[in-house]
Write a protein that binds this ligand. Structure first.
Ligand code: NAD
Length: 464
């Protein structure tokens, strides 16, 4: 291993312990440097993403480079306000003391990123960690080597190397990183590695954020605008060739809705990626051979109603729709994470909710409906990392909405102020004057009178 990992972490800890990362000015400098990194190297980064995932430059801008610009801008705009100590009320018997909440950085943080949005999912957590005043080690995914290389080259050129380091590599490097003591580990990836991360963190009692995946359902109601629903489902499902943690995994709808939706989905695919997506520069590729084999293995040729073609040499899988899928089919046994969209018939809202609640809590749930009562039923009758009505995937671009999973789709959330929360300790501060010493009321000895007084003052009953 090229890097002396224990030494690297020790050096970052020394930087943190010196207090170098705590000043507001340092944090702003780092965030502004990240913005410059993105602006100055937009082409280089888009090329790296194209090399790794065949992403079109505009898609890369929308989902990675521009996305990050917005997120960092939001952090910069609000950071001062978020760092201001927040005064909180205190009980009568402790007055005239004052109480406040102060956010303090955690220390040295490890960010482990996946390959599917290799830039966004590296730099968005890093921006939050720096805004909160931490030192950071980033471990980009070895499966997106061009982006990993770009990060390893650019991060030290723009950011404070005494506090921010990139460690490239695969499982041996990540394993070595996980052996160190961290003040927080922020992991984005699959559940299997998530468990490895949690186990490693347990040894040092390190808090962990897990941004995992799962099968995000999409329900299309009878009253939905099917033209718009089809276009939005196709857009969110086939962006990045389906390799998106919040992509609709499958569609639930009644048979009449499915029959009307099918040709509209097929048309939207043609509209976005032409008659021949293999030749279209707007459509991406599968990350590696292993995932290509896995995804093509999920396609049941008898059930394909659109697409279905693939080419191993270029790791191309056509946007594919399969109908008549049941819960027992192979494609429903794992997160698809590729351009295959199963359509599953349900009788209506009740059956859809039953189908969803019988499975792991998903990272996102999408419902196409114009009916407020239907929205209410999904909102209160299901649990998911997030729920979005009539627009999949876009919630993660709203910096005022925390982004994260629940149950098997993850723990903890980030983006905007939630990133400050995840990478800070919110420290309660009680500041009491010495005189007058009103606390004396609870000091022993406890006479009958004092006991009455204590009960009245310390635990007053709520008036009914
Ligand atoms: P992964 O879990 O295979 O790998 C994630 C990272 O862990 C990689 O950087 C990898 O190097 C490292 N790693 C792999 N094996 C390891 C081991 N044994 N020990 C230590 N580290 C190891 O995930 P992936 O294939 O890169 O990404 C796909 C998954 O990520 C999907 O499940 C997807 O839904 C999920 N995901 C979630 C989000 C989110 O924000 N919630 C975003 C993107 C992807």
């Amino acid at each position: 291993m090229a890097t002396d990992i224990p030494r690297l972490v020790e050096d970052l800890r020394a930087t943190f312990d010196r207090g170098a990362t705590k000043p507001y000015a340092w944090r702003v400098t780092q965030l502004e440097a990240m913005q410059r990194l993105l602006v100055d190297n937009e082409e280089l980064l888009a090329d790296a993403l194209a090399e790794d995932l065949g992403k079109h430059a505009v898609e890369s801008w929308v989902t990675e480079i521009g996305f990050l610009g917005n997120e960092i801008e939001h952090l910069l705009r609000h950071l001062r306000e978020w760092l201001r100590p927040r005064r909180v009320a205190i009980p009568l018997y402790l007055q005239p003391a004052r109480a406040r909440l102060v956010r303090e950085p955690l220390g040295v943080v490890l960010v482990i990123a996946p390959w599917n949005y290799p830039l966004q999912l590296s730099l968005a957590p890093m921006a939050g960690a720096l805004a909160a005043g931490n030192a950071v080690v980033l471990s980009p995914s070895e499966h997106a080597p061009a982006t990993s290389r770009a990060l390893a080259q650019l991060v030290p050129a723009y950011l404070d190397v005494a506090a921010v380091q990139v460690v490239e590599g695969g499982v041996p490097e990540t394993t070595a990183l996980l052996e160190q003591r961290w003040d927080h580990i922020f992991f984005t990836g699959g559940a299997a590695v998530g468990r490895v991360v949690l186990e490693a963190a347990a040894r040092h009692l390190t808090p962990v954020t897990l941004e995992l995946g799962g099968k995000s359902p999409t329900f299309v109601d009878e009253d939905a605008d099917l033209q718009i629903a089809a276009r939005r489902i196709v857009w969110s499902k086939f962006t990045n060739a389906g390799q998106t943690c919040v992509a609709p995994d499958y569609v639930l709808a009644s048979r009449p809705v499915l029959d009307e939706l099918k040709p509209l989905l097929a048309k939207a695919i043609r509209d976005f990626h032409s008659e021949d997506p293999a030749a279209s520069e707007t459509y991406g590729r599968i990350i590696n051979d292993r995932h290509f084999e896995r995804i093509t293995g999920l396609i049941d040729a008898d059930r394909v109603v659109a697409g279905g073609h693939s080419d191993a040499a270029t790791r191309y899988i056509e946007p594919t729709i399969v109908d008549g899928v049941t819960a027992e089919d192979r494609v429903m046994q794992e997160e698809i994470f590729g351009p295959v969209l199963p359509l599953i018939e349900v009788a209506g809202v009740d059956e859809a909710i039953g189908f969803i609640t019988a499975r792991d809590k998903p990272l996102a749930l999408y419902v196409f409906t114009g009916n407020e009562e239907t929205k209410r039923r999904f909102l209160t009758g299901t649990s998911s990392g997030a729920i979005a009505f009539n627009l999949p995937m876009a919630h993660l671009a709203v910096p005022t909405l925390p982004f994260g999973g629940v149950g098997p789709s993850g723990m903890g959330s980030y983006h905007g102020e939630a990133s400050l929360d995840v990478f800070s300790h919110t420290k309660p501060v009680l500041d009491a004057p010495t005189r007058p010493d009103l606390t004396a009321v609870v000091y022993p000895p406890f006479t009958a009178l004092r006991r009455q007084l204590i009960q009245r003052i310390v635990a007053p009953r709520r008036r009914r």
